[in-house]
Design a protein around this ligand. Structure first.
Ligand code: ADP
Ligand code: MG
Length: 238
């Protein structure tokens, strides 16, 4: 069963046709990766999914429910951005729990949900630290913690590792795969890095100029690319 269905989704900014026509199924519990060169529409597609941009035409379904007109907060989706601004004056616990506090969740419940998220992300010993006292990887984990604390069904990550150095990226990649297993949530992960796509995904969506070139398991794209673009993108070293 699909958790997300994109049905003839279009997005224009003024006269610019950024997403001409996308139809796609995202299986429940999958780790789906949107991959493609800079400017091909990956972030726009995520923002449409989260409800941060209006869909120009077409329909988006979550668990069979038409959410095309729904507000971001109604969709049960959380998003982690490339540049994750943490609140510098709040400790880790405050940062992770902030959205729950804003939503009026009772204090005791915030504490237990934050504790659970921190446990999953191995942040428990760091709950009283401020962002300035954390490493890059730890800060990124806090940003992820802010999203998972809301227990979303669908979890969107837009190039979350691109600001980290290569060694840390490799480590975080492993951690993300483990996190996916533990949460059992559906993840959509955006990257322009084909190594990341190949190692993390169970389904890869290759985008080119706002269109889907091919959808498939990493091994299928590698062995049987449908277009030269896919062959070039998946096959070439970074
Ligand atoms: P990617 O994430 O793959 O690098 P984006 O989704 O950010 O690509 O952008 C896709 C295209 O849409 C680019 O050509 C970009 O300039 C354009 N675009 C994105 N957001 C806007 C906007 N708010 N207004 C106008 N054009 C935009
Ligand atoms: Mg982008």
């Amino acid at each position: 069963m699909s958790v997300l269905e994109y049905r003839n989704i279009k997005k224009t900014f003024g006269a610019i046709d950024v997403i001409p026509d996308v139809s796609l199924h995202i299986p429940h519990g999958s780790f789906t990766v949107f991959v493609g060169p800079s400017g091909c529409g990956k972030s726009t597609l995520l923002r449409l999914t989260a409800g941060l941009e209006e869909i120009t035409d077409g329909q988006l379904f979550i668990d069979g429910r038409d959410v095309t007109e729904e507000r971001p907060t109604e969709r049960g989706i959380a998003m982690v951005f490339q540049s994750y601004a943490l609140y510098p004056h709040m400790d880790v616990e405050g940062n992770i729990g902030f959205a729950l506090k804003m939503a009026g969740v009772p204090k005791a419940q915030i504490k237990s949900q934050v504790a659970a998220a921190a446990e999953v992300l191995q942040l428990t010993p760091l709950l009283k630290r401020k962002p300035a006292e954390l490493s890059g990887g730890q800060r990124q984990r806090v940003a992820i913690g802010r999203a998972i604390v809301r227990e979303p069904k669908v979890f969107l990550l837009d190039e979350p590792l691109s600001n980290l150095d290569a060694a840390l990226r490799t480590q975080m990649r492993v951690e993300l795969a483990q996190l996916h297993q533990r949460l059992g949530a559906t993840m959509i992960y955006v990257t322009h890095d084909q190594v990341e796509a190949m190692t993390l995904a169970d389904q890869i969506v290759v985008l080119n100029k706002g269109r889907i070139e091919q959808v498939g398991a990493p091994i299928d794209l590698y062995n049987a690319p449908k277009t030269l673009f896919v062959a070039g993108f998946i096959g070439s070293p970074k």
